[in-house]
Design a protein around this ligand. Sequence first.
Ligand code: SAH
Ligand code: SF4
Ligand code: F3S
Length: 445
Amino acid sequence: MPKKLFIKTYGCQMNVYDSARMADVLGGQGYAAVETPEEADLVVLNTCHIREKAAEKVYSELGRLNALRRFRRGQGGDLRIAVAGCVAQAEGAEMRRRAPFVDLVVGPQAYHRLGDLVSQLERAGEQAVETDFPAETKFDALPAPSSTATAAFLTVQEGCDKFCSFCVVPYTRGAEYSRPVADVLAEAERLVELGAREITLLGQNVNAYHGERSDGGRCSLGELIRRLAEIPALQRIRYTTSHPLDMDPELIRTHAEVPALMPFVHLPVQSGSDRVLEAMNRRHRVDDYRRVVDALRGARTDIALSGDFIVGFPGETDDDFADTLRLVENVGYAHAYSFKYSPRPGTPAAEREQLDDVVKVRRLEQLNALLDLQRATFDAATVGRTVGVLLERAGRHPGQLAGRSPYMQAVHVAADASLLGTLASVEIDSACPNSLSGRLAVSAP
Ligand code: SAH
Ligand code: SF4
Ligand code: F3S
């Protein structure tokens, strides 16, 4: 009987990708995925360290898993527990001190070793902490994907050298690394063979991608996207997350010239104040960001933008915050994420004088109200239009399928299950707060 594996994923899309790859690695050890921890022999928590709340969630989940393990042992059974991801990397051995019942602690660059570590654990009860390996080693050692979603993720770049003063990523994911072009193309072809019709290229700074070509030269993200667009059955390409500084003219041109590249860009700015951007060590000014936005819209008029914002950064004044609201008004986002600044251990901004939580909460509410309004306006403007929707999954109700518009809006469509995995033309007829509804205009081939 196959052993059973449950992976719980927190954090960003890169963790979603990593979880799929961990399942591939452990599949080689005879583990099959199940839907709940209660059914599992091995539970992996793939964790996120970006804000305090995200990291604390892990410890409460670990408490529940320990109770489940005690119960199992009382019944003569067992449960093995592993922690992967960015909390594992940030806390390392400290994690096993705080939660000594954790069997394995595996950082984001070491999970290709999970197979060996799990067999040592099964054979000899050996617990382990593995946290320092370069990204190169991991990608070379991972098996090819064994399954895919219709809309797949593919990590092409990892780590970050930017060191924004609030951010843990350079510490948890390590130095910037780009996978060689041939590896990316081979993995993309494999995913398409397995049924993927959309691929989102992932990286903490994906537009800093500069992977090695077979001729020894370097390939930019724009060039990589052009190469991927040649895979016949790959209908859509996306990429995330981009840094405004790395948004080069070639990538912007790719938006004008490659139809498979979706007209939606996640381009975090964090703040609309030059003073705050400098304190954040973002290394660009508000005007630089505006210029990038204008260039993107110049390349493709229907391009929609999303962003990330941090409010209540140390030293942020009412005027700075008003500048953020002004920038949001000025740019107009289809969708965006906003966060209260969360001091992270080991980052420079955590050492600075902090703002009162009441101020942070008030600013967050104000910003969210504006972003919600912009999103509703954008969604309302889609009503009456016919857009492509990749039908990725069953919808909310029987007889419905769901997928995303080119602009990442969730769309529910009355459609036969046989259309699952196809790109359909959908006439949008209404907008709810979190999704759109529509009907098939012309069935996909
Ligand atoms: N590489 C991306 C973002 C990575 S983290 C970039 O450079 O934009 C995702 C988002 O989390 C960030 O854009 C930021 O808005 C938010 N974030 C990161 N650290 C944070 C912190 N300490 N407190 C609050 N939000 C944070
Ligand atoms: Fe973090 Fe800044 Fe790097 Fe983004 S660019 S991952 S926010 S350090
Ligand atoms: Fe979180 Fe690590 Fe991603 S800190 S946001 S899981 S890179």
